[in-house]
Design a binder for this molecule. Structure first.
Ligand SMILES: [Zn+2]
Ligand SMILES: [Zn+2]
Length: 142
């Protein structure tokens, strides 16, 4: 059972997609739900590995294409916090991220506000990212 708040957020994203003229195919819907249920900033590969068990017909290509589309439409934020692979965040409220170099977890950081600029020195800003790297609270204590 999903909670009401999650259901509401999911409906908002579905509405946003419909508004942009996107057909809500099964892969798109299950990827959207997965991102809400697993707000751990997963990679495309992690999403694929989790979903293929429940939905054997889902392809890696459809995951990549869907994430690309969602990023373009502003439904998800693509994080390049790791140089090897992109991670995806369903929470598109502007926030910074912290990556623990010991356990690899990526945490949301809300106490440091991101500068909100649509334009900077005449350049159009599409995304603003701020990444912190270090050792997380849990790893510091252990
Ligand atoms: Zn850690
Ligand atoms: Zn985040």
């Amino acid at each position: 059972m999903r909670d009401r708040k999650l259901e509401k957020q999911l409906e908002e994203k579905r509405a946003l997609l419909r508004e942009k003229g996107v057909v809500l195919t099964t892969p798109r819907l299950i990827i959207l739900e997965y991102l809400f249920e697993n707000p751990i900033h997963p990679t495309a590969e992690e999403i694929y590995n989790s979903l293929k068990r429940r939905f054997p017909s889902i392809s890696q290509a459809s995951i990549y294409n869907t994430l690309k589309l969602f990023t373009k439409l502003g439904v998800v934020t693509e994080l390049m916090i790791e140089k090897e692979k992109a991670r995806y965040d369903i929470n598109t409220t502007p926030h910074a991220h912290f990556k623990c170099i010991k356990c690899g977890r990526i945490y949301d950081v809300f106490e440091v506000p991101l500068p909100q600029r649509e334009e900077i020195s005449g350049h159009k800003v599409l995304t603003t990212q701020l990444y912190f790297y270090g050792i997380c609270q849990k790893c510091v204590q252990s």
